[in-house]
Design a binder for this molecule. Structure first.
Ligand SMILES: Cc1cc2nc3c(=O)[nH]c(=O)nc-3n(C[C@H](O)[C@H](O)[C@H](O)COP(=O)(O)OP(=O)(O)OC[C@H]3O[C@@H](n4cnc5c(N)ncnc54)[C@H](O)[C@@H]3O)c2cc1C
Length: 416
């Protein structure tokens, strides 16, 4: 039996296109990714076969504009589709997000910003190169931003630098938690552009550039044996004097900082994975208590009031999570108002924390036999814990920003 969509098209007002893409992703993930997920998780191995399937299904180009040959999904459409993948394999959905971000930033997001004609033309020429690689050759892009300092949270300039040379840039630095490391074909890195070696690094000079994985000086190091999201293979990436030609830029210099501050909903793209996990934890619990999970004891537990209460509580939590998330992604636009931005952070916090709370409740409710490694629930539980750690909108930083945003007007201090 096929699973019902997370967001029923009629109830949530999806367009035909959104519904069709979500169905395409769900069918593929349920049939192909779900049976492979345990092995990728156990071996902390990148889901290479899933990427081949996504390339065949056209999903690698989901956020490449239609005029460039892609499926032309906007942020909201992408989020609904990616949540369906997250239900069946969290690591695939999370790494898919890193790949898709390189197309979404350079596609719909920039298309909806008012760039001058010259910048727009230069941008379109740049992005076409990357889009062709993805569409024609099935190339995969990663998104290594994190460095272990305050840069990925948005507080400091990136320590990874790009020094201008004739015809290109020399990239030097280290990225931690670089999902798809050793498996992506290109690393879409954020770094600080320098026009001379002694220029002072500034966030205003943040540049977004695709470093080929096989370029001289690119190295992956360290092991990867984490609690959850093991198939993301988020090892450490070293750029040691890597020469990258000018055309490797994903957007013209100066555009990324404006785009990042004007399009804050972009940072929500880490959430659909966890929206999918939340749905999966609930679905598992219902199926388990009805005695419908293959390989589990044929005993039904649903007649116990405590079970019914727990499932009711889970349903309340799931619907609350879906509602605030769907509302927030429906509001995604450049320059959102303060209230809309607060809601985006409430949605981020809610999805990331509730996915874990739901998985936790699912294990308690289903009982000991449900957490055996032969079943997906324990993986959902481990994977779900990782959502709140994702910068720049970690659960803690969301609370921090929400509290300050509520109690202080812009520019207000306690000095007087
Ligand atoms: C499975 C997984 C995959 C990932 N994949 C990628 C990827 O592909 N690309 C990528 O760029 N990153 C990726 N990350 C990294 C992620 O976004 C974070 O950068 C990483 O988890 C930060 O870990 P840290 O210990 O260095 O955090 P720290 O920066 O040390 O922060 C620890 C905690 O302190 C809080 N904190 C941080 N700064 C502040 C502050 N200024 N004020 C108050 N509180 C603060 C935050 O809540 C944070 O969670 C991945 C992480 C995981 C877990």
């Amino acid at each position: 039996m096929t699973d019902a969509p997370i967001f029923d098209p009629a109830a949530w007002g999806l367009s035909d296109r959104q519904a069709a893409l979500a169905t395409r992703a769900r069918d593929l993930a349920a049939e192909k990714f779900a049976p492979r997920a345990a092995e990728y998780d156990r071996e902390a191995r990148f889901p290479t076969a899933n990427y081949r399937d996504m390339a065949d299904a056209g999903l690698l180009g989901i956020c490449i504009p239609e005029a460039e040959g892609g499926l032309g999904a906007d942020l909201k459409t992408y989020m609904i589709v990616a949540a369906e993948i997250g239900r069946y394999c969290g690591a695939t959905a999370l790494t898919f997000n890193m790949h898709v971000s390189s197309c979404l930033w350079t596609g719909d997001l920039l298309d909806r910003l008012d760039l001058d004609a010259d910048t727009r033309a230069r941008h379109h020429a740049m992005r076409r190169l990357h889009y062709r690689r993805i569409l024609d050759e099935g190339k995969i892009y990663a998104q290594p931003f994190s460095e272990g300092g305050a840069a990925a949270a948005g507080f400091k300039a990136f320590g990874t630098t790009a020094l201008k040379l004739d015809g290109g840039w020399r990239i030097t630095g280290k990225k931690i938690f670089a999902s798809l490391s050793g498996h992506a074909d290109y690393y879409g890195a954020l770094c600080t552009a320098l026009h001379s070696p002694d220029e002072r690094p500034s966030r205003r000079n943040t540049m977004y550039i695709a470093v080929p994985a096989d370029a001289d000086g690119v190295r992956v190091e360290g092991d990867w044996d984490p609690l959850g999201m093991r198939g993301t293979v988020s090892r450490t990436l070293i750029f040691e004097d890597v020469f990258v030609p000018d055309e490797a830029q994903l957007m013209p210099l100066g555009v990324y900082p404006a785009a990042a501050s004007r399009w804050p909903h972009m940072f929500m793209t880490l959430t659909p994975t966890y929206m999918g996990i939340a749905q999966a934890a609930y679905d598992f619990t219902v199926a388990y208590l009805r005695g419908e999970v293959p390989g589990t004891p044929p005993v039904k537990r649903r007649m116990y009031p405590t079970k019914q209460l727990a499932v009711a509580q889970m349903r309340v939590m799931l619907e609350q999570t879906k509602a605030v998330w769907f509302q927030a992604i429906s509001e995604a636009r450049p320059d959102p108002g303060a209230d809309s931005l607060m809601r985006a952070k409430v949605a981020q916090f809610t999805v990331m924390e509730n996915a874990n709370a739901l998985a936790q409740l699912a294990i308690r409710t289903c009982g000991g036999q449900s957490m055996l490694r032969s079943l997906p629930l324990e993986r959902l539980y481990r994977d779900s814990r990782c959502g709140s750690l994702m910068l720049p909108w970690t659960a803690e930083l969301c609370l921090d920003m929400l509290g300050k945003g509520a109690l202080y007007q812009p520019g207000e201090t306690d000095d007087d």
